[in-house]
Design a binder for this molecule. Structure first.
Ligand SMILES: *[C@@H]1O[C@H](CO)[C@@H](O)[C@H](O)[C@H]1NC(C)=O
Ligand SMILES: *[C@@H]1O[C@H](CO)[C@@H](O)[C@H](O)[C@H]1NC(C)=O
Ligand SMILES: *[C@@H]1O[C@H](CO)[C@@H](O)[C@H](O)[C@H]1NC(C)=O
Ligand SMILES: *[C@@H]1O[C@H](CO)[C@@H](O)[C@H](O)[C@H]1NC(C)=O
Ligand SMILES: *[C@@H]1O[C@H](CO)[C@@H](O)[C@H](O)[C@H]1NC(C)=O
Ligand SMILES: *[C@@H]1O[C@H](CO)[C@@H](O)[C@H](O)[C@H]1NC(C)=O
Ligand SMILES: *[C@@H]1O[C@H](CO)[C@@H](O)[C@H](O)[C@H]1NC(C)=O
Ligand SMILES: *[C@@H]1O[C@H](CO)[C@@H](O)[C@H](O)[C@H]1NC(C)=O
Ligand SMILES: *[C@@H]1O[C@H](CO)[C@@H](O)[C@H](O)[C@H]1NC(C)=O
Ligand SMILES: *[C@@H]1O[C@H](CO)[C@@H](O)[C@H](O)[C@H]1NC(C)=O
Ligand SMILES: *[C@@H]1O[C@H](CO)[C@@H](O)[C@H](O)[C@H]1NC(C)=O
Length: 551
């Protein structure tokens, strides 16, 4: 149509009225909200692309005054929801205009010790038309212990309650705002977010229809405890002792692993596809053998330390309770443990959680951390945080779907845990592998670090990672869309194609793509993928264009 000045005025006027109308609707929702225990703190109707302040954000969540930008025209609400006489969660709601709303809810979780709203996933969700929600899980801040000290109800929120309350309030808000119920409810989270999702499926199976669970921190207390136990196995905190393996030695140790095992998966790409299949003997790095020079080689005591670094975690009674650290992974747990010559773990969650929630002792430090400190935490299980329960039978029976993914270079949560969890769920349900795959599929991403990043083709529409690549918004490349298509169309994902971008800039130049396969349908398949800046892009789609090998 030809737009005259007056036409444009009419045109703009139309949108102005539409926006005004949506703004009124947003204000009405905020003023007339009827959700139990909820109080609206702020609300605003924001046009797509609006950048706005997040005042009051604590430093460890990006404060003091970070900004966020909308990805759709949204009614944004911030609420507090009281969860007990002594606790409350903060809730963030982005409600896209009804023509753009896709009829669905997307709730999100947290990372680490919680306390920060997952704006990245909310932005992605709202951009796709989801009514999108986030929560601080009951406390502000991802570093610290005082929010847990003497606060059992705050620990309950973080441990198991926040996501359930988020699910219920989200659905209620959607009903009130749009005048109709959401047709489906989804959840996406990574790390602690993955833990929250699995736990939710166990405790509150009615909450969601589909769960996208990355690098899940199920068995959370063992994961966190492993940081202290592994650090101590390599001599920490005695950083001048002959057993201590120094930070500068670790890259050489990992490189030796890659040299030894990379080729065994059929592709020389600097990535050990299946680290659990190999055993590493650090003897080859002993001083005098010639592999490492005199400044990096291992003394006999250090050889023993490295050997123990890659052994599973064992409880005080001698049971294996957590799988071995991943070969070929980043080694922060071993190499980021001193500051200016003083022993100090860069991984702060151990000290924070044991101080605030396990020991209730503001002076406790992890220098003498032992298996009995781990076992004690397990026996207390503050706020039911451990979430290792494998009975997902109600979620299974109601037809819920889970897509889980885990990087095989995960330096924080070893990916073998996901494999064990999957097998454990199968045992708990007593069903066939085919039945398992009818509701729960686990994808391993070789060469992905914790939740995202790393040398592999890791981008699959990961939770907590904004933005999505707009060119790859389909069920083959984006795990959230794959989940929706499974829940609503019954199309189970056989393959998810991971994408590697130049400099890891999502949406930038693609340097490689790679098919991922669900756990267990043997034989394992490897795609003939070669990373090279000179050969881009490489497209390897479903059906295994790559070579097949018996694992
Ligand atoms: C306010 O909320 C109540 C209860 O949910 C509802 O009955 C009423 O229609 C709402 N008022 C307006 C103006 O929407
Ligand atoms: C968290 O911070 C928000 C402001 O961003 C505040 O409204 C809320 O009360 C805080 N919650 C707690 C539990 O401190
Ligand atoms: C929001 O704006 C961005 C940038 O212009 C655009 O790419 C996106 O499609 C818009 N989102 C919606 C839901 O309209
Ligand atoms: C409201 O909060 C109280 C505790 O303060 C709790 O007992 C009750 O279950 C909550 N109601 C709902 C609907 O969540
Ligand atoms: C935590 O310790 C403080 C002081 O040491 C004590 O007053 C408080 O009762 C303890 N709280 C719990 C839950 O044990
Ligand atoms: C380690 O040795 C260095 C000098 O050799 C010394 O400055 C430092 O204090 C020692 N650190 C510890 C923890 O003993
Ligand atoms: C040992 O090897 C490393 C890495 O190749 C190198 O940076 C370092 O200079 C070497 N040191 C000696 C003493 O040769
Ligand atoms: C470490 O030492 C540097 C240089 O002396 C100093 O700037 C820095 O503040 C120190 N860091 C800590 C955590 O003490
Ligand atoms: C760790 O144990 C040693 C030996 O028992 C003791 O000297 C030291 O004070 C302890 N350190 C901490 C931080 O508890
Ligand atoms: C479901 O299938 C319909 C019809 O083939 C298609 O239009 C729609 O995009 C699919 N939805 C999803 C989420 O895959
Ligand atoms: C993509 O590659 C082209 C050609 O090498 C280059 O000009 C461009 O800057 C790259 N784009 C990005 C986003 O890196």
């Amino acid at each position: 149509m030809h737009l005259s000045i007056s036409n444009i005025a009419v045109f703009l006027g139309f949108f102005a009225r539409l926006a005004a109308c949506s703004a009124d609707k947003c204000a009405l929702l905020a003023s007339n909200i009827s959700v139990a225990n909820s109080t609206v703190i702020t609300y605003d109707y924001l046009l797509n692309g609006t950048t706005f302040d997040l005042p009051g954000t604590v430093e460890s969540c990006g404060g003091p005054n970070p900004k966020a930008s909308t990805t759709a025209n949204v009614c944004r609400l911030v609420l507090t929801v009281t969860t007990s006489p002594s606790s409350e969660i903060q809730l963030e709601a982005w409600l896209p205009d009804s023509p753009a709303w896709n009829g669905r809810v997307l709730a999100t979780g947290n990372g680490g010790i919680g306390g920060c709203i997952d704006y990245a996933t909310i932005q992605n969700g709202a951009g796709l038309g989801f009514a999108s929600f986030g929560t601080n899980a009951g406390h502000n801040g991802s570093v610290g212990y005082d929010f847990f000290l003497n606060q059992p109800e705050v620990i309950n929120d973080f441990g198991h309650r926040a996501i359930h309350v988020e699910a219920e309030v989200s659905k209620e808000l959607v009903h009130q705002y749009y005048g109709t119920k959401a047709r489906k409810a989804y959840y996406a989270g990574c790390s602690t977010g993955g833990r929250q999702g699995f736990q939710n499926a166990h405790l509150y199976p009615e909450d969601f229809d589909g769960l996208l669970l990355g690098s899940p921190g199920v068995d959370w207390l063992h994961i966190v405890a492993s940081k202290g136990i592994l650090a101590r196995r390599i001599g920490w905190p005695y950083i001048n002792s002959s057993a201590y393996v120094r930070p500068e030695q670790w890259p050489a140790i990992v490189e030796a692993q890659i040299q030894e095992f990379d080729a065994l998966d059929g592709v020389l790409d600097g990535i050990i596809d299946e680290p659990t299949k190999h055993r590493f003997d650090p003897m080859s790095l002993t001083c005098g053998t010639g592999l490492l020079n005199s400044s990096l080689c291992l003394s006999p005591q250090q050889v023993e330390s490295v050997r123990r670094a890659y052994e599973p975690i064992v409880s005080s009674s001698g049971q294996i309770v957590y799988p071995a650290f991943e070969l070929g992974s980043k080694t922060d747990v071993f190499s980021a443990n001193q500051v200016n010559g003083t022993a100090k773990l860069s991984y702060t969650i151990l000290q924070d959680f044991w101080r605030g929630a396990v020991f209730n002792n503001t002076h406790w430090t992890p220098e003498n951390f032992s298996e009995s400190d781990m076992d004690l935490a397990i026996s207390i299980n503050p706020g039911q945080v451990n979430a290792a329960e494998k009975d997902l039978s109600s979620f299974y029976r109601k037809g819920g779907k889970i897509i889980s993914y885990h990087g095989r270079n995960d330096e924080t949560v070893t990916s073998a845990l996901s494999e064990q969890f999957f097998t454990g769920v199968q045992t708990a349900l007593d069903v066939t592998l085919q039945d398992m795959h009818s509701f729960y599929r686990l994808f391993f991403l070789p060469g992905m670090h914790h939740c995202s990043g790393g040398p592999g083709a890791w981008s699959i529409g990961n939770a907590q990672k904004y933005p999505y690549d707009k060119k790859l918004l389909d069920s083959k490349h984006n795990a959230l869309i794959a989940l929706v298509s499974w829940v609503e169309n019954g199309t189970a994902p056989e393959t998810i194609v991971g994408t590697k971008y130049e400099d890891d800039v999502i949406g930038g130049n693609i340097t490689a793509q790679r098919s991922k396969y669900p756990l267990h349908p043997a034989p394992h398949k490897f795609s003939a993928l070669r990373f090279s800046q000179n050969i881009a892009p490489i497209h390897l789609l479903a059906g295994g264009t790559g070579s097949m090998m018996q694992a």
